[in-house]
Design a protein around this ligand. Structure first.
Ligand code: NAD
Length: 382
């Protein structure tokens, strides 16, 4: 999955290299980027955030103050006043504030190169397709969409518009996960054959408060599987060098709080069965907190976490000891990494096709758990 440049690859490269020509050559940098000492480009790629909620406000926008190759250049929001406040705070013109229904107007705006979709999962497809139609490259937050059919429509729209589609899989740009991936790819402990992973937190809703969108099936697509489980799916596929599992078996745990889990699962367990006979046993939960992933091979083991998937400080330990690597800002590394992939004309390491693969796995998990735990082949697996 790490070799799927979009059809627009060369178009993008020409366009962006033209825009930052004055910067001279862009040096190759480590994937976590901040160690880069090459000169700053004279023009950073402009990113517009779509949806100014928690992740945009507390993670992406602050990270865009740290990035070297991209900057916050615009916003798409349901509140014009909020967008204008962001324009003042982040120093972009008010003309770069758009509504969800006026995204087409971005087409004529040269400040915005990439659109980063950070709205509820069920809205990703519509917002990505609108951005592509406006001629902008797209980063879409995880999970890519609610269904494989939506992923296909997003990929097709980006191809038709000649723009790149990537998924906000920040951990592909994080040093501990990059090292974990190297251990898998170079088979340092032999191929990983037995894997276990859990990710979750206890979801609470204040009495009388409206149901958050993460518990609304239409907006979230599902429960903790869509939110936390996608990280475990990602780690399992990374441990298998980006292979897709051949089949899935899954069960829902009993619901302990039916008053808030009326539309989506509270907790789900699944097994990913790979073509070489290896297995990943996985768990995603809104009932309990976990963050860990362990992979074992014939010559040793590697474990991410706890915590494995949180923002600041993943832990990586192997059968040879603790691995010490730099702590970085994940979101800055991811956005700089994605900007550089474009500038250097390299394929993305987190393309839309990878997001689609993960949603095909999600669909198989729901089909199995909803069907009494039957074994479900994964659509499109090798
Ligand atoms: P949030 O609820 O804080 O923000 C959602 C934004 O979407 C808000 O600005 C809201 O106004 C807007 N919105 C537009 N239409 C809406 C509608 N019909 N209903 C509800 N909100 C609507 O959510 P968030 O935590 O910022 O998550 C947004 C996306 O980012 C999700 O896809 C989530 O999975 C993803 N996310 C990723 C990470 C990560 O580490 N990669 C972390 C957190 C969130």
């Amino acid at each position: 999955m790490k070799t799927s440049p979009s059809s627009s690859h060369h178009v993008s490269r020409r366009r962006f290299l033209g825009q930052i020509a004055a910067a001279g050559a862009v040096a190759m940098i480590p994937r976590w980027g901040r160690a880069d000492e090459s000169p700053a480009p004279s023009r950073k790629l402009g990113i517009a955030l779509v949806g100014l909620g928690n992740y945009s406000e507390y993670h992406l926008a602050p990270a865009l103050r740290l990035t070297k190759y991209c900057r916050l250049a615009g916003a798409v929001t349901g509140s014009r006043a909020k967008g204008e406040q962001w324009a003042r705070d982040y120093g972009f013109p008010e003309r770069n504030v758009f509504g969800y229904d006026t995204m087409a107007e971005m087409a004529g705006n040269p400040d915005i190169d990439m659109v980063y979709v950070v709205t509820p999962n069920g809205l990703h497809a519509g917002h990505c397709i609108a951005a592509a139609k406006a001629g902008k490259h797209v980063i879409c937050e995880k999970p890519m969409a609610n269904t494989v059919a939506e992923c296909d429509a997003m990929i097709a729209a980006c191809r038709a518009a000649g723009v790149r589609l990537t998924v906000g899989y920040r951990l592909h740009y994080e040093p501990h996960h990059i090292e974990f991936e190297r251990l898998a790819r170079e088979k340092i402990f032999g191929p990983f054959t037995r894997m276990t992973g859990d990710n979750g937190f206890r979801m609470g809703v204040r009495p009388g408060a409206a149901l958050p969108w993460r518990l609304n099936k239409r907006l979230a697509g599902g429960g903790p599987l869509m939110d936390m489980g996608v990280y475990v799916i990602q780690a399992a596929c990374m441990a298998k060098v980006e292979a897709s599992p051949a089949a899935i078996t899954a069960v829902f745990d009993p619901v302990t709080r039916p008053e808030i889990f009326s539309q989506v699962e509270e907790s789900v367990r699944w097994t990913m069965e790979f073509a070489d006979g290896s297995e990943a046993r996985c768990h995603a939960s809104y009932a309990e907190g976990f963050s860990r992933f362990r992979a074992e091979g014939p010559g040793g083991w590697a474990q991410l976490g706890p915590p494995a998937f949180s923002y600041d400080d993943p832990v990586l330990t192997t059968s040879q000891g603790r691995v010490h690597l730099p702590r970085i800002n994940h979101q800055a590394a991811q956005m700089d990494g994605m900007a550089l992939e474009l500038l250097e004309g390299r394929p993305s390491i987190a393309p839309g096709e990878m997001g689609r693969r993960d949603i095909a796995i999600v669909e198989a998990i729901y089909a199995s758990a909803g069907g009494g735990g039957s074994r479900i082949p994964v659509q499109g697996s090798a």
